[in-house]
Design a protein around this ligand. Sequence first.
Ligand code: ZN
Length: 228
Amino acid sequence: MHTKQTQNINDGYIKFHCEHTNTTWNSDLLPLSETRKNLIEKLDTFRTKIFDQQFIGMYENGIGYGNLSHRIEENFLITASATGGARELGIDGYTLVNNVFIEKNTVQCIGPLPASSETMTHAAIYLSAPKVQCILHIHNQIIFDTMITLNCLSTAKEIPYGTIEMALALKNIAKNNPLEACIVMQGHNEGVIIYGTSINHVESQLTFLCNEIKKIHCENCKKGEHNG
Ligand SMILES: [Zn+2]
């Protein structure tokens, strides 16, 4: 049995419309092929690594942050809403997004849980950059602050996460950067998006970003600007 649910996820200023068909994996509506199963397992292993670095997780107030998606067939898989706190999600933590209407701020998805509230952002990138396969959204204050200082690729301060404006801004960035990018979302504190043509490609960009930022902060240490 499955039920169709519609809900508005509201974080204070956004209304993201999610049409969720609630069903388990490996059911008639959501068959679990070997390909799907293998991809979800690979994604979840990667997500656990990211979780262990605290780039995905849960704030003290219980609000989860960070999410991960991957293209599959004509659609994409994304971590479900409110899953940030779990170290391992397993198959039930992933939802299949099967339709996106950016202008209507509406997403249709199917799975045991509704899709992440940042699904629209991921969808915009996939729509505009056909070669992109994997998108990771992380939260980290040091990376966020440093990327702003360095004038990295960014979305404007006025654009809050989860909005149509954010989706359109990322659509533009992805058009001009069709294979890879690290983007700081200035209007979404701590928010950074990294995408690429594979899970490994995303991972290597994150590693590179972390190393560059470490170098910068170590130079500050050497100058005695801060201790430790
Ligand atoms: Zn976020």
